[in-house]
Design a binder for this molecule. Structure first.
Ligand code: WA2
Length: 281
């Protein structure tokens, strides 16, 4: 009967959607764990050794060679916590000035040529990127605290000690929406069960990964069968009054849609996958 066909179709859609959501969530979780491990690597071999065993060349080569460990990420980078009183010394040591992420002209920001960025105005503290994977080398010397989403992430990461996610925003030098995952790096003085203040005090840097959603979800879905059959959208549903589409298209019949939940590991953000058939019955 027609009813039977409709019910089987609905079940097929639900199964396909749940499978895709599970694959995406698992891949995200795998990369989150490796970004976490990378933050410990920086703590051990950059801050834990004198002289440091990591420079930009080493970081660039290591992150490129271990890229397979971080599916869905478009690049990783490391920013240092620099207070204003340490700024002059820091800039002299590195031979460049800390730069502001935003300029008057947004097209210059999108080109992301370092010369287009102005020196960071005076702040209590900065988070200049000192190491970056080749794919995001354009953010070296930029103060990550001068970008709204990156700044929020840095503050939340260091207070919580957990990996935290931004809401979707347009990444530098990319025309796509993405999210950034951040882990704080602490000095060894941090006691177990530390308070928020102790965490902030013991913070020495921030290890971050950027996720270019459209290109990376696309790559993932291509590996699964029946891409021709169903259309998939991924939403940030943190703010119930305004879902943000992180990935998707306009095609398909939304009257019969299945929603699968997604857990990206940051309890203060929620995500969903919405699936539908591309063609009507
Ligand atoms: N990484 C890559 N592209 C970006 C971006 C970012 N942030 N922000 C805007 N476009 C070094 O959390 C610390 C990476 C931020 C980490």
């Amino acid at each position: 009967t027609n009813e039977k066909i409709i019910s089987i179709r609905r079940e097929t859609l639900a199964n396909m959607c749940d499978e895709r959501a599970r694959v995406l969530q698992d891949q995200f979780n795998v990369s989150l764990n490796h970004v976490h491990a990378l933050s410990i690597l920086v703590s051990t071999f950059h801050h834990g050794k004198t002289p440091s065993a990591i420079d930009q060349k080493t970081f660039g080569e290591y992150t490129e060679r271990t890229n397979f460990e971080r599916p869905l990420t478009s690049g990783v980078a490391y920013a240092l916590k620099v207070t204003h009183s340490d700024r002059e010394k820091f800039e002299k040591e590195h031979g460049w000035t800390i730069k502001k992420m935003e300029t008057e002209d947004q097209t210059l920001v999108q080109d992301c040529v370092p010369e287009n960025f102005d020196p960071a105005p005076i702040q209590d503290e900065y988070a200049p990127v000192i190491f970056a994977q080749e794919t995001v080398s354009h953010i070296i010397s930029l103060d990550m605290m001068s970008g709204e989403e990156d700044r929020e992430n840095i503050l939340r990461a260091r207070a919580s000690g957990k990996g935290v996610l931004t809401s979707p925003f347009k990444l530098l030098k990319s025309n796509h929406l993405g999210v950034v995952l951040t882990f704080a790096v602490y000095d060894t003085s941090l006691p177990p069960n530390a308070t928020e203040e102790q965490r902030v005090e013991a913070t020495i840097g921030y290890l971050g990964a950027s996720y270019d959603m459209p290109s990376l979800v696309e790559k993932l879905l291509q590996q699964l069968a029946s891409k021709q059959t169903i259309a998939v959208d991924v939403y940030d549903t943190t703010n119930a009054s305004g879902l943000i589409k992180m990935y998707g298209s306009e095609i398909g019949d939304i009257s019969e849609q299945h929603i699968s939940s997604l857990d990206f590991g940051d309890p203060s953000r929620s995500h969903e996958m919405h699936c539908r058939f591309k063609h009507k019955l």
